[in-house]
Design a protein around this ligand. Structure first.
Ligand SMILES: NC(=O)c1ccc[n+]([C@@H]2O[C@H](COP(=O)([O-])OP(=O)(O)OC[C@H]3O[C@@H](n4cnc5c(N)ncnc54)[C@H](O)[C@@H]3O)[C@@H](O)[C@H]2O)c1
Length: 361
């Protein structure tokens, strides 16, 4: 395998050749990531593995263990159904490669803990994909927060108003199920919930409502949650895949005593408000340079994300979202589901009790 790699290139292999594998394989297979090369792909459905394998002229497999045993892999990327991430990461850890896992890292906190433990025991790095953290407007927002430009934080809100029809959910049996996916909160909005917590800090309590408004699935297609952060700030999550007839926005707003920033677009990628009571000289440029909407809801972030993975491995840097960091938004999402089930405010830290996410029938 991969005899032709240029020296020093990291050799990536994919487990799961479904929808999101298209994005990953195009970036890695078309050499769009410096220092990375695609060397093998795997899917239990032979036709899917074969299609991507042939497209990028790499060996394809239907058994991930067979692929790993061939050797010559530095990083394995888990792109399987969300509820299967844990078992796949735990099975892959002993091969000693770095592991990248798509969001959400797992559906239960017990699974997330088992993944973190398995990777620690095997001495391998775990990277959780949160590509929106790498969107340039999001990076600017984070910088402004780190510089203290907002002063006292008052309010943080996220909105996910996307369109996912019954056809979307029907294309694969796992979509919208409690055991393997969950609803808009654990799937589509998990990015935005992660961003909100990354910007505003730890959440101390949450109260939520959810409903399944327009499609026939087990989990919710619409949810709202009210948060209290440890800083004293308040927060709102509004998440729906029942926007019709098309995607409207994926956005975040942060309001503080000295400024307001809002990032909108379809995928938190378009700066729409950048306003501070104590302006800095490059403030007008921020609006000018970063108000571009990406071509699809995945945004540009996967490319920047992979560049980060390569940089961390090559230069022995700490990854932005390791297992413990990925676990944080999973805990918040689990708390939101717990509140939906109990009709009560849920205080974090907490252990899920009635949350149905990740529970097998
Ligand atoms: N970061 C993002 O913006 C983003 C976007 C879309 C999907 N995702 C995540 O990516 C994951 C996959 O989503 P998808 O839409 O590509 O799903 P999908 O159903 O299209 O693809 C999953 C694939 O994994 C394969 N698979 C299952 N078990 C396997 C095994 N043991 N070995 C090899 N292959 C196996 C399935 O056959 C399937 O082809 C989900 O967790 C989802 O949440 C992330």
């Amino acid at each position: 395998m991969n005899k032709n790699r240029e020296s020093g290139e990291l050799r990536f292999a994919l487990v799961g050749c479904g929808r999101i594998a298209k994005r990953h394989s195009e970036l890695l297979g078309n050499k769009q990531i410096g220092g990375a090369v695609l060397v093998a792909v795997c899917d239990v459905v032979a036709g899917k593995a074969e299609a991507i394998g042939k497209q990028f002229s790499v060996p394809w497999f239907t058994d991930m263990h067979e692929m790993m045993k061939q050797g010559g892999i530095d990083v394995v990327v888990v792109l399987t159904e969300s509820g299967l991430h844990a078992q796949h990461v735990i099975a892959l850890a002993p091969y000693g490669c770095s592991i990248v896992v798509e969001k959400p890292m797992a559906l239960t906190l017990a699974d997330a803990d088992a993944m973190i433990r398995a990777c620690d025991l095997a001495g391998v790095r775990l990277f959780v994909v949160k590509q929106n953290r790498f969107n340039v407007p999001v990076v600017k927002l984070r910088e402004a927060l780190e510089q203290g430009r907002f002063g006292k934080l008052v309010l943080g809100t996220v909105r996910v108003r996307w369109c996912r029809t019954q056809e979307y959910y029907d294309q694969d049996p796992w979509r919208g199920t409690w055991a393997l996916d969950g609803g808009v909160l654990s799937n589509q909005a998990s990015h935005h919930i992660d961003l909100l917590e990354w910007m505003l800090g730890d959440v101390v309590s949450v109260f939520a409502h959810a409903t399944t408004a327009l499609v026939d699935i087990e989990a919710e297609d619409t949810a709202v949650a009210v948060l209290r952060f440890s800083s004293g700030a308040l927060g709102i999550i509004e998440a729906t895949t029942a926007t019709r007839p098309r995607d409207l926005e994926g956005s975040i707003s942060v309001l503080g005593e000295n400024g307001t920033v809002e990032i909108g677009g379809f995928a938190v990628n378009k700066m729409s408000v950048w306003s501070f009571s104590r302006p800095q000289t490059d403030d007008p440029l921020v609006m000018e340079k970063f108000s571009v909407n990406p071509p699809n809801v995945y945004g540009f972030g996967h490319q920047a994300y992979y560049e980060h993975v390569v940089d961390c491995i090559r230069n022995d840097k700490q990854q932005l979202v390791d297992g413990l960091e990925g676990r944080k938004s999973l805990e918040l999402i689990s708390a939101i589901y717990e509140s939906v089930e109990t009709g009560r405010e849920v205080h974090l830290r907490f252990q899920p009790n009635r949350c149905r996410l990740g529970v097998r029938p």
